[in-house]
Design a protein around this ligand. Structure first.
Ligand code: SF4
Length: 213
């Protein structure tokens, strides 16, 4: 089992409430943990600006009510979840030290999905780095990725994926995922690319196929 606990000290570690767009118990639909039950916490706030973003409602953090960290952990504890996924938005726009500290104290595995555009905070069991062309990841975040997940929107994204594959750690898992609206066009290209470059694996957004959030 790959396990990386990254603890980055940050002076703003006392954040006790965070803007939350939604939180729910479901199956992880993407990447290494695809198919596993997980409690998702989707934080508000993102300025990365992906043109194909499927959660644009998350962008304005002020539109989303602040939730106490303690109550979020309490909600997750009402389920049998073993993994909590922190996503967004871009979750690293917020300091996540307190949230991950309380989640791990409650015995949850802490996973994050991030573009890497902001400094790492929090203590993580799994970091999924999904870099975006619209705002590049910080070099300081890249070595901590357990998983590199590149969304393929057009053919030039293969070269871009290789650029980041060369920067992550040797143990980092590598995934190519078709952008949802381009999946019919891009999935066959991704399949051929993976056959030619077998270090990569295919990630599909299975939650959209099985109709769960
Ligand atoms: S980083 Fe994520 S939430 Fe932000 S614009 Fe891109 S896809 Fe949307």
């Amino acid at each position: 089992m790959f396990q990386l606990k990254s603890q980055i000290s940050n002076p703003k570690s006392e954040i006790s409430s965070l803007p939350v767009m939604e939180h729910f118990y479901t199956l992880q639909g993407e990447g290494f943990h695809q198919g596993k039950a997980a409690y998702f916490i989707r934080l508000g706030g993102c300025d990365v600006g992906c043109v194909w973003c499927d959660v644009k409602d998350s962008w304005d953090a002020d539109k989303h009510p602040k939730h106490e960290v303690k109550s979020l952990v309490g909600e997750a504890k009402k389920t049998p979840a073993e993994i909590v996924v922190i996503t967004g938005g871009e979750p690293l726009m917020h300091n996540l030290d307190e949230l991950t500290k309380q989640l791990q104290a409650a015995s949850f595995k802490t996973n994050i999905e991030t573009s890497g555009a902001y400094p790492l905070s929090g203590s993580w069991d799994w970091i999924c780095l999904s870099p975006k062309k619209f705002k590049a990841p910080l070099p300081s975040v890249i070595p901590f990725a357990n998983e590199l997940k590149v969304v393929v929107f057009n053919k030039s994204d293969f070269d871009w994926a290789e650029k980041y594959a060369a920067l992550v750690s040797p143990t980092c898992k590598l995934y190519l995922q078709p952008e949802w609206d381009k999946a019919t066009e891009m999935t066959p290209l991704i399949i051929e690319y993976i056959k030619a470059h077998p270090k990569w694996e295919l990630s599909l957004q299975i939650h959209k196929y099985i109709n769960v959030p």
